[in-house]
Design a protein around this ligand. Structure first.
Ligand SMILES: [Zn+2]
Length: 80
């Protein structure tokens, strides 16, 4: 039996298993959004980062911002 959880950031279904490295998040990106790790490094994003106060629309615009940021930074963002 497989447990499916919802990504807290984007509500996507995530399999709760070893395969899902970032569970309960669907991806590292969503994990970072939730933690707000990257927010200190960028002044470009004006959306409030208080966890739990984001609306779905906020989250979507955040993801768009991050994708724009990723497009500029590419490799560096995901380096471990
Ligand atoms: Zn997600």
């Amino acid at each position: 039996m497989t447990t499916i959880v919802k990504c807290p950031t984007c509500q996507k279904s995530v399999e709760w298993s070893e395969k899902s490295e970032f569970r309960p998040f669907c991806s590292k990106r969503c994990q970072l959004i939730d933690l707000g790790d990257w927010s200190d490094e960028s002044n470009k994003i004006s959306t409030p980062m208080k966890s739990g106060e984001l609306t779905q629309q906020d989250t979507e615009s955040l993801i768009e911002d991050i994708e724009a940021m990723l497009a500029k930074n590419d490799d560096s963002f995901f380096k471990e």
